[in-house]
Design a protein around this ligand. Sequence first.
Ligand SMILES: Nc1nc2c(ncn2[C@@H]2O[C@H](COP(=O)(O)OP(=O)(O)OP(=O)(O)O)[C@@H](O)[C@H]2O)c(=O)[nH]1
Length: 344
Amino acid sequence: MTHDHLRDSSHPLAAIGIDDAWQFIRDLWNHFPENMFVIRVADNGDFLVEAVNPVQEAMLNLPPGACIGKRIDELMPEPGCRDIIARYRRCVERGEPMRYEERGVYDGMDGTPQDGYWITLLMPIRAHDGVIRHLFGISQNVTDIHRARVALEQQNERLEQRVIERTRELEALNRQLEEQANRDGLTHAFNRRYLYETAAGEYQRARRYGTNLSAIMLDVDQFKAFNDERGHHYGDMVLVDLVRTAQYELRSSDRLGRVGGDEFMILLPEADLARAHATAERIREAVSGRALCTVSLGVAELAPGDAAVDAVFHRADAALRHAKRSGRARTSALPAAHASPGSG
Ligand SMILES: Nc1nc2c(ncn2[C@@H]2O[C@H](COP(=O)(O)OP(=O)(O)OP(=O)(O)O)[C@@H](O)[C@H]2O)c(=O)[nH]1
């Protein structure tokens, strides 16, 4: 093997001159700010430390020359040394430079084990006969960069977690706001707008699937007298109690909405007139059992000729007026036969 390439005048390093090369290598070895080392490949396959530069010697916290001639497994603890030896072996087998990131444990200045990370360039050095008897390595300490990267990843993870939590909170808040927007502030029954929107949807569903749909219109009897005699606050309390009492008698699919001061509409999907009437009666009895007020109720169901759900509401209202006229504290039902075709 010749060293003609060292005399290659076109090489960027040719300007240094072959005679100054040794000085160049020595200065590089002594002043390079990262670890440099030379490993001897013994005939029996062992890897022995031939030389380490001053920076690496300081890092290992060993007296000068203390590691020279030592096997890797004498210097590094298990299992780290096994990985190192495996890489050295691979480099010798391939006969090519290798670059890798490695983790290592070494004794720090204060004698405690230190965790470190390095990016290492390992190069095989061929002797004149072409046999690789040495490996030359440069290791850049990237522990700080590695720790910063891990800290950043952890911070990102925490941030992502926060975003997920905040999103959940906002979604819950949104649901709450949406719910509030659909509710009456005093009684928490659905408001008029929501009830009418729901009713339109239920009408479409009833028409599509040929199912029943009924409505109950409810009004407090002589409510004005409550306010006049016992005050507005008492009246409010009566309304809140009424809604709670009525709600208890309804199915989860039924919708109770406040459509006026003391007027409430209940939408009963899939209920015929008889069932809606029975529900209205249960409500009336439960309310009178509370002994705060009595209510009058009007019941109606969807008729084949109804063009919109409003027709059912109108009939329920007419039935309610009938109950009021008949003496209050009662339920009145208006059969579908009373619906004029095309009404609503
Ligand atoms: N306390 C209270 N009163 C209300 C509220 N909204 C409406 N009102 C009152 O409810 C009363 C409704 O009375 P009317 O519609 O005249 O009927 P009524 O006294 O219930 O008599 P009948 O319906 O004929 O039995 C009025 O006095 C309204 O001021 C409310 O939110 N709170």
